[in-house]
Design a protein. Structure first.
Length: 132
């Protein structure tokens, strides 16, 4: 355990084990974990669909996890650097689907990409449920 503040970002819609694994591992890199939850609008911009769970519900779900200390709504991808500074983050954690994409923040914090949990995603869950 150290005194570092860790920040990570994501939509976290239809919570699954991949979300829990990355948040748990991110939390273990410091002593405080801050999570930026994509707003409904931002999710639409990124993924071309509305999330199943609205932003208020996703915030409440992620806030209730024991290894998450603080949650906020990420309104825009362009504000990532500002969020990192505003929340005094020492480490930015992203899934390795984003590998290299946030290296430009290495001048303001450590940047770490964690391996995604294989074979699960919100999109896949939605597709499976649609077929049932
Ligand atoms: N994540 C992970 N392992 C997975 C799925 C997601 O580690 N199997 C991580 C992502 O890398 C990201 C965070 O969880 O850091 C939030 O990802 P998000 O995009 O909300 O979840 P996905 O399941 O990837 O959603 P979608 O299918 O809608 O893209």
């Amino acid at each position: 355990m150290n005194n570092k503040r860790v920040i990570t970002f994501g939509t976290f819609d239809v919570l699954h084990i991949g979300h829990i694994n990355i948040l748990e591992r991110a939390a273990s890199l410091g002593n405080q974990l801050v999570v930026g939850i994509s707003s409904d609008n931002l999710n639409f911009q990124k993924k071309g669909r509305n999330p199943i769970y609205c932003e208020e519900d996703r915030v409440k779900i992620i806030s209730s996890l024991k290894f998450v200390d603080e949650v906020f709504i990420e309104e825009s991808l362009e504000l990532k650097g500002q969020y990192i500074k505003d929340f005094n983050a020492d480490i930015l954690v992203m899934g390795d689907d984003w590998k290299g994409k946030f290296d430009n923040f290495k001048n303001i914090c450590e940047v770490t990409y964690l391996e995604r949990t294989p074979s699960i995603s919100t999109t896949e869950i939605i597709e499976i449920v649609k077929k049932i």
